[in-house]
Each structure stands twice: as structure tokens, then as C-alpha cells.
Design a protein around this ligand. Structure first.
Ligand code: GDP
Ligand code: MG
Length: 173
């Protein structure tokens, strides 16, 4: 193989978590570098695409939103299985959304997705928090998932988080 010829990989990342935690906002900030203070019912399409260079490879990253399904947790087995990385998002100002993270993690294990990387995201770190970083870090470490705190408003932590998830997903390929 000629190492100077870049191979192109394609990976699919999905965002799950309760309503209003900021899933659509994370995608809008990450892909379009925009933030809207209003509720975003949908990004308009099922996914958005970004190209990244990871480990010297040109990688096409598809980021999938889950608008509407989250109230019912009607995320299908196929949806999980076809993904290479999963971001579980909760809202740092809303403890109930953190409590629900267990349920989201369980729903991933229920469909026995082994070949997938999961990252936990505590969003809205710019606001007054209802859950301490220490508490989430303890939970994350027991669950063996990396933890990132983000703000879509201030654009903090988001690029690093997606890069970490994409890199982990790519290295499994
Ligand atoms: P989704 O239902 O999980 O897709 O959540 P949305 O992306 O629609 O966001 C719900 C609300 O939270 C919207 O009013 C956003 O503007 C707001 N929001 C999202 N992320 C942040 C953040 O990091 N900081 C602040 N202050 N508000 C945010
Ligand atoms: Mg949404």
C-alpha cells in the first residue's frame, strides 16, 4: 500500500438523550458554528456531514440527530447497530436528564452493541449547574465512558468531544 495515498473512511455518529438537553444545538454548533437560543425542533435533515483528518486519513463523519423519538425512547436496534459512535447527552441544569443517562446506557446494552464507542456529554456548562462534575465523573468512571462538559452557547468542549468520539470510532474500523 502506498502510504501517501489517503484512504477515505466513513463513520456514523449518533446523539441520544432526553428532549431539550441540546442534541440539535450540539450538531448545529459543531457543523455550522451557529447557536440559537430557541428550541430547535429539528436540524431539517436526519444528519449533517463534516470531513476530518484523523491519523492521516480523510474521514467523512455523519452526525445523526434524534428529533422526536427521544420522548418515547423509540430508538431502533438498527439505528444503534449502524452507528460507529454514540454520544449520550444530558443537561447539567436538569438533574432528571442525568438520572436518565442510566436508562440510555441500558438501552444501548439491550441491543448488545459491542463494537461501538460511547461518550457522555454534560451540556449547558455555561448555566448554573444542578449536577456536580465530581458526581458525573464518578458515574462515568464506573460506567467506563469518557466524560466531556460542553456549552453550545460559548462553543466550549464541542470540537474536542467529537474528535475524541470520531477517533475512537475510526480506530475500531
Ligand atoms: P434537543 O431537544 O436535545 O435537540 O435540544 P435543543 O438543541 O433543541 O436545545 C434545547 C434548548 O436548550 C434550546 O433553547 C437551546 O438554545 C438551549 N441550549 C442548548 N445548548 C445550550 C447550551 O450549551 N447553553 C445554553 N445556555 N443553552 C443551550
Ligand atoms: Mg432536537
Amino acid at each position: 500500500k502506498n502510504p501517501s495515498v489517503q484512504e477515505e473512511y466513513s463513520i456514523k455518529l449518533i446523539l441520544i438523550g432526553d428532549s431539550s438537553v441540546g442534541k440539535t444545538s450540539l450538531i448545529m454548533r459543531y457543523i455550522d458554528d451557529k447557536f440559537s437560543p430557541n428550541n430547535l425542533s429539528t436540524i431539517g435533515v436526519d444528519f449533517k456531514t463534516k470531513y476530518l483528518e484523523i491519523d492521516g486519513h480523510q474521514v467523512k463523519v455523519q452526525v445523526w440527530d434524534t428529533a422526536g423519538q427521544e420522548q418515547f425512547r423509540a430508538i431502533t436496534r438498527a439505528y444503534y447497530r449502524n452507528s460507529n459512535g454514540i454520544l449520550i447527552v444530558f443537561d447539567l441544569t436538569n438533574r432528571e436528564t442525568f438520572n436518565q443517562v442510566k436508562v440510555w446506557l441500558q438501552s444501548i446494552h439491550d441491543v448488545s452493541v459491542d463494537a461501538v464507542d460511547v461518550i457522555l456529554c454534560g451540556n449547558k456548562v455555561d448555566l448554573e449547574r444542578a449536577v456536580s462534575r465530581e458526581e458525573v465523573e464518578e458515574f462515568a468512571s464506573l460506567s467506563s465512558v469518557p466524560y466531556f462538559e460542553t456549552s453550545c452557547k460559548l462553543n466550549t468542549g464541542i470540537n474536542e468531544m467529537f474528535m475524541e468520539l470520531a477517533t475512537r470510532a475510526l480506530r475500531r474500523k
